[in-house]
Design a protein around this ligand. Structure first.
Ligand code: FAD
Length: 358
């Protein structure tokens, strides 16, 4: 199945979970479509996550549309490998027209169509769904001394397993789920210090991804009914999910966070009160930005590098929809379960728009 460059109703850029969810609904829409993905294999960025990663929800709470993720034997919270197998089987099951590896380099206006340029040719579409995720745009904040530190500096994207840090002193920066999960195993083989901008917020032990998704849904409904902010629900969706390895690390006492340092030096870091520590390595678990370079010719990016959307649709270029990325394209749109809802909305709007303009 190798969809060739040419004219299609819809081109989906990115074949991770968000792109596949869009494919699921497009398959039922009767519109011609293709999914272009830069990877060599199925699985989106899940194939690059660290070996010990655990989902923060059970399999039954991480479904894509149509077919539930199977349970993983012996694991309540599935591994990244398990998600890769699920996505691989999912695109096969629905015979989704994914072509890879194809890297989309630019999306441009071309009269009544959008031209999708890539290293494998140019596709022309009446609508484009961008679903390129965030993994290829790691974010490292600027701190003085970052360029003089003589040790190793890695980002979450470089980390697969703790062995390269065995016996070393490692500074882990960042207050989210990635930092907490990586620290949990790194602290077994290395001497770790954890630095966070704000005190980390651990969710209650019985709260997992499912509860967070439900909270995001309640906020969406309340906001749709006219409420502001958290929709009057008093709930904050963010926070660290205490999956079993994180709970174990907390019990070992290694999840105590320090405030963030003032600067890095050649040998380590210095805190505002003058305290200094030497480190062999700094691990930046400081997050990601949306991968939107291919959309640059459309000139849509506003403050914070985001594209203004109404639901999933770009307000300035209505032929473009964004799925995944984060809450700004739909609540929990960057989670497995949330991708389905965002994709369904995007495809419904595209179908209505294309039918209205045959
Ligand atoms: P991706 O999986 O990144 O897929 C995007 C695809 O687009 C990739 O295949 C990429 O190669 C391709 N691409 C990018 N640029 C181009 C281009 N120019 N041309 C063609 N193709 C391109 N969510 C949960 O629901 N539960 C969890 O427990 C959970 N844990 C997470 C843990 C970590 C460490 C991280 C980082 C995320 C986690 N998430 C979790 C969030 C979310 O599910 C993932 O980030 C998810 O991979 C996002 O899917 P996506 O399809 O939007 O992007």
């Amino acid at each position: 199945l190798t969809p060739e460059p040419g004219e299609y109703d819809v081109v989906v850029v990115g074949g991770g979970q968000a792109g596949l969810a869009a494919g699921y609904f497009l398959r039922r829409s009767g519109l011609t479509h293709v999914i272009l993905d830069a990877e060599h294999r199925p699985g989106g960025s899940w194939q690059h996550y660290w070996d010990s990663l655990r989902l923060f929800s059970a399999a039954e709470h991480s479904p894509l549309p149509g077919w539930w993720m199977p349970e993983q034997e012996g694991e309540e919270y599935p591994t990244a490998d398990h998600v890769v197998r699920y996505l691989t089987a999912y695109e096969k099951r629905y015979a989704l027209p994914v072509r890879r590896p194809v890297r989309v380099t630019a999306v441009r206006r071309a009269g009544r169509r959008l031209a999708v340029e890539s290293d494998a040719g140019t596709w022309r579409a009446r609508a484009v769904v961008s679903a390129t995720g965030t993994w290829r745009a790691p974010y490292v904040p600027h701190y003085p001394g970052r360029d003089v530190f003589a040790g190793r500096q890695w980002h979450t994207v470089d980390y697969r397993r703790p062995d390269p840090f065995a016996g070393q002193r490692v500074l882990v920066v960042g207050g989210g789920n990635s930092a907490a999960q990586i620290l949990a195993e790194l602290s077994l083989v290395a001497d770790t210090v954890w630095a966070t901008l704000r005190p980390p917020r651990f969710l209650p032990d019985d709260v997992d991804g499912r509860v967070l998704f439900d909270a995001a849904t309640r906020q969406l409904r309340a906001r749709a009914a006219g409420a502001d902010g958290d929709g009057g629900t008093g709930e904050q969706p963010g926070g660290i999910v205490v999956v079993p390895p994180v709970r174990e690390a907390r019990e070992r006492g290694v999840l105590k966070a320090e405030p963030v340092f003032a600067r890095l030096t050649e040998r380590g870091a210095v805190w505002p009160d003058g305290t200094a520590h030497d480190f062999d390595a700094v691990l930046w678990c400081t997050g990601f930005r949306p991968v939107l370079d291919h959309l640059a010719p459309l000139g849509l990016r506003g403050p914070h590098g985001r594209i203004a959307t109404e639901g999933t649709r770009s307000t300035a270029e209505p032929r473009l929809h964004l799925v995944g990325y984060g809450d700004w394209t739909g609540p929990a749109s960057a989670t497995i379960i949330g991708a389905g809802r965002a994709a369904r909305n995007a495809v419904a709007e595209i179908t209505a728009a294309l039918r209205a303009d045959p």
